[in-house]
Design a protein around this ligand. Structure first.
Ligand code: AMP
Length: 218
């Protein structure tokens, strides 16, 4: 089998990483690894990891590296050598990016691309305010103004939709602040390595998807 693509979907909360990852996973036949989905899954199950992560997630802060890095890198390194992956929500600071690079290199692997979906702040705020996610499969859904998201069902699996605690206005403000301070420097890290591609992300889901596929050469 040909080597699958290995890439990071990078962007602010609300940039559409989860939505694009769901489309790309099926299209490119790669594994989707989302740090946020993993934490939410643990939270739903009430595991010690979930309870630890919750303290940070609800405040819009990053879960500490000593918790996050190990579980994500284990998932990546458990994949068969030729299997491609999408990392969504990881890395979120330069330490995570460096640890990812070291671990991949130790397994003679590398990242093909880091795709930055660049969305303007007013658009991010609009999207996060109307975002509901599926409790079962975590698929994000855009809910229009005046619509009751909780009364709708997931378009992918029919599961119940809910608004994440960290999509409420106070936490959103904090998450965007944390993104600018801790996560944006990761762009420089990947720019230096020549793997970064910027995609304007205010457009429709389909248009952004086309551009991401083109950036990946897929
Ligand atoms: P997301 O679904 O990617 O927006 O992530 C939701 C929350 O999970 C974030 O606001 C953080 O609290 C936590 N989280 C997700 N990914 C990471 C990461 N790579 N490092 C630290 N915390 C993370």
């Amino acid at each position: 089998m040909a080597q699958g693509l290995r890439f990071v979907l990078f962007g602010s909360p609300g940039a559409g990483k989860g939505t694009q990852a769901n489309l790309l996973r099926d299209r490119l036949n790669v594994t989707h690894i989302s740090s946020g989905d993993l934490f939410r899954h643990h939270l739903e199950q009430g595991t010690p990891l979930g309870l630890r992560a919750k303290e940070y997630m609800n405040k819009g802060e990053l879960v500490p590296d000593e918790v996050t890095i190990g579980i994500i890198l284990d998932k990546v390194m458990c994949l068969p050598d030729d299997e491609g992956f999408i990392l969504d929500g990881f890395p979120r600071n330069t330490n995570q990016a460096q640890e990812l690079e070291n671990t991949l290199a130790a397994g003679s692997r590398n990242l093909d691309k880091v795709v930055h979906i660049d969305v303007s702040e007013p658009e991010l705020l609009r999207r996060l305010g109307g975002r509901f996610v599926c409790r079962a499969c975590q698929a994000p859904h855009a809910i229009g103004e005046g619509e009751d998201g909780a009364a709708k069902k997931c378009g992918q699996c029919g599961g119940e939709l809910y608004q994440r605690d960290d999509d409420r206005p106070e936490a959103v403000k904090k998450r965007i602040e944390v993104y600018k301070r801790e996560t944006m420097p990761v762009l420089g890290f990947y720019r230096e390595r020549g793997v970064l591609v910027n995609i304007p992300g205010d457009d429709t889901v389909d248009e952004v998807n086309k551009q991401v596929l083109a950036a990946l050469g897929a």
